[in-house]
Ligand binder design. Structure first.
Ligand SMILES: [Zn+2]
Length: 457
């Protein structure tokens, strides 16, 4: 078996080198080759001193990239699957990069973003020291079925020795593997907290012990918050790392851990990114990094915010924002954010899942989980649905109480850029999905050309 491993490492490195010579990023194929030659590759690769896996419905990319940057900045030679896939071959390819040609580990730390559904093929073999679970939400029904199904995969396949870094404010993931070593992180009450769910999707609303409706001590969005049961002793766990944010638009965040309070720079004002930062600080601290070291590296860390790209033409800002289709939580967060920004806004929806249509049937049920109701907020002066699915968006918008006169439907996305309202508008948001980014860029270019034309008049 050992000989197979060495052959696999050799050919995996060779594949990597050849693909790199061809200018490819080689983040998948070297893993495929390795696993084909040695099916136990993931298990047999010697692991770095610190091996971290990050999974969860939302935020795993941001959290794992931040962890990689932080460990690198702290002087650890770190390998991650940042450029590759988050399923088994992507992890195998990254593991190859963590070894030399003889199969010996040559790095201090590895950070792997792991797809929740694929975690069953990864976690039992990689056996990470730490598993960060950002949250478990409803996701694409087609890909991930029900959140309970995702929970059971992570729960069944996480090794007993792995220390879990869990979000105390997410009732879904805190119940993972109760016997595993664990550390909870949470965010103390914020000014913007509420106590009653506002989102259409709000899972985990009843007590898992006695089925009584839970009471929220504070609630952020969907089911994220702190609960207690009015009938029995069930409550959200106390956070081992309790983060306090005096002002979300401020510059500091405090981590209270083992009776000690440490100040860190706050890297984002958006709550779900504050959760990502909290997860990262908690994980680094649990991995043994000194608070002073974490403070120092956090000062130079930024949240890789690829979601918002803004350009201003005259008085109008054109902003592209990621709104991950089929994942209702991601879209809800974006809908909530853009509709509550100040000024008169137009929101263009370039959300068509034709990527899915190519491979199987298209599933549009997710739009009934997303709070289109946010688009009925004052200040949203027009919602422009673009593309072949525009009529579905229109039905949903009407159901959500958006005025008929405020809805524009265009089958042709580019034509939408010519027809969208611009009079008296401060901001135009173009919401795009992972599969419609390039199209959304074309829509933006066309819109900007039009705005420049109108400005020149
Ligand atoms: Zn109860």
């Amino acid at each position: 078996m050992k000989i197979l491993y060495h052959i696999a490492v050799f050919f995996s490195h060779l594949t990597y080198t050849l693909l790199r010579l061809l200018g490819r990023n080689a983040s998948h194929a070297p893993g495929v080759v390795a696993m084909k030659i040695c099916p136990r590759y993931l298990e047999m690769v010697p692991k770095a001193k610190i091996c971290i896996c990050v999974t969860g419905t939302n935020g795993k990319t941001t959290a794992s990239n931040m962890l990689t940057d932080c460990l690198t900045a702290a002087g650890y030679k770190t390998v991650s699957n940042r450029l590759g896939s988050n399923i088994a071959p992507g992890i195998a390819a990254a593991l190859t990069n963590s070894t030399d040609w003889f199969g010996k580990c040559k790095v201090d730390a590895t950070v792997f973003e792991v797809d929740e559904r694929a975690s069953r093929l990864i976690l039992p073999y990689v056996k990470p020291d730490f598993l960060v679970v950002t949250n478990i939400f409803r996701d694409s029904l087609k890909r991930n079925a029900n959140p309970d199904y995702i929970f059971s995969i992570i729960n069944d396949y996480t090794p007993a020795t792995t220390k879990l870094i869990l979000n105390a404010d997410d009732l879904a993931s805190v119940a993972l593997r109760p016997d595993n070593p664990r550390a909870y992180y949470g965010i103390a009450p914020l000014e913007s907290d509420i106590t009653e769910p506002v989102n259409l999707v709000s899972d985990n609303s009843t007590c898992p012990k006695c089925d009584t409706k839970l009471v929220y001590d504070y609630l952020r969005y969907h089911h994220i918050g702190h609960v207690h049961c009015p009938k029995c002793d069930f409550a959200s766990p106390a956070a081992d790392h309790l983060f306090t944010v005096p002002d979300v638009n401020g510059s500091v965040i405090y981590d209270e851990h083992n009776g000690e309070k440490t100040e860190y720079p706050l890297v984002s004002s958006i709550v779900f990114n504050i959760y990502n930062e909290s997860a990262v600080i908690a994980c680094l601290s649990e991995a043994g990094l000194a608070n002073e070291k974490i403070q120092e590296i956090m000062r130079n860390t930024a949240v890789p915010d690829t979601r918002l790209k803004e350009e201003k033409i005259g008085d109008i800002s054109v902003i592209m924002a990621m709104s991950k289709g089929q994942s209702c939580i991601s879209s809800c967060r974006t809908f909530d954010y853009v509709s509550s920004e100040p000024g008169n806004k137009v929101v263009m929806l370039v959300l068509d899942d034709y990527y899915d249509r190519k491979n199987s049937v298209e599933y549009i049920g997710w739009i009934y989980d997303v709070d289109y109701e946010f688009m009925a907020r004052p200040g949203v002066v027009q919602v422009a649905a673009a593309g072949p699915r525009c009529w579905d968006h229109r039905v949903r918008l009407l159901m959500a109480g958006v005025e008929e006169d405020n809805i524009l439907c265009c089958l042709d996305e580019l034509q939408c850029a010519e027809l969208v309202k611009t009079d008296g508008v401060d901001k135009i948001y173009i919401l795009y999905d992972t599969s419609t980014y390039n199209l959304a860029v074309k829509v933006k270019e066309k819109l900007i050309a039009r705005l420049k034309r109108e400005e020149a008049k």
